[in-house]
Design a binder for this molecule. Structure first.
Ligand SMILES: [Ca+2]
Ligand SMILES: [Ca+2]
Length: 181
């Protein structure tokens, strides 16, 4: 009985530490007019991917043809040109947060894919080399990245932006922000 109670207390206590402040961070939900395995191109201003807005250029919302890190959908941040998506989350000024996401790249086109994550006034740059990792559509060799940031506002905008020209950009999936203890 005591052991059961202890386990229960632990599970309740640990819950806030793993809660993701990003909504639809795996890009699984939204309004997709194409069959499930097909990508759909979304231009600036589009909000088909729930909780996200395309804020510049265009992106491809990947379906099952490209195996996602999580679920069946991910983003190619270059539609036919560099694109960016953004979501604003609620934060507490002065608190530290951990942002993590998974990065790969479109197996077609030049192998080096580059992108930025902008959080408030901070910009972090990341890259993925599809030939170095041997990424193919059914095994994209997703890489995890993370960094911490300190919120300076009650609203923090998170932007994922391609800096890769052309049709074949960086892929992203499973974006999470959690408050640091
Ligand atoms: Ca996903
Ligand atoms: Ca594309």
């Amino acid at each position: 009985m005591l052991a059961t109670l202890t386990l229960l207390a632990l599970s309740v206590q640990s819950k806030p530490l793993v809660s993701n402040l990003v909504e639809n961070g795996s890009f699984e939900f939204g309004d997709n007019p194409r069959p499930h395995d097909r990508a759909v191109r979304l231009g600036e201003g589009f909000t088909n991917v729930d909780s996200w807005r395309v804020v510049s250029g265009n992106i491809d919302w990947n379906g099952g043809y490209y195996r996602a890190y999580d679920g069946s959908r991910s983003l190619d941040l270059s539609g036919d040109q560099p694109g960016a998506v953004a979501q604003t989350i609620s934060t507490v000024p002065g608190r530290e947060y951990l942002l993590t996401f998974w990065l790969s790249g479109n197996p077609d086109g030049p192998p080096l894919k580059t992108m930025e994550v902008r959080v408030g006034k901070t910009t972090r740059r990341f890259s993925f080399d599809t030939s170095k990792f041997g990424a193919i559509p059914t095994d994209l060799k997703w890489q995890r990245h993370s960094f911490t940031f300190k919120a300076d506002s009650e609203d923090t905008r998170i932007t994922l932006a391609s800096t890769t020209a052309g049709h074949y950009g960086p892929f992203v999936d499973q974006v999470e922000v959690s408050r640091q203890p």
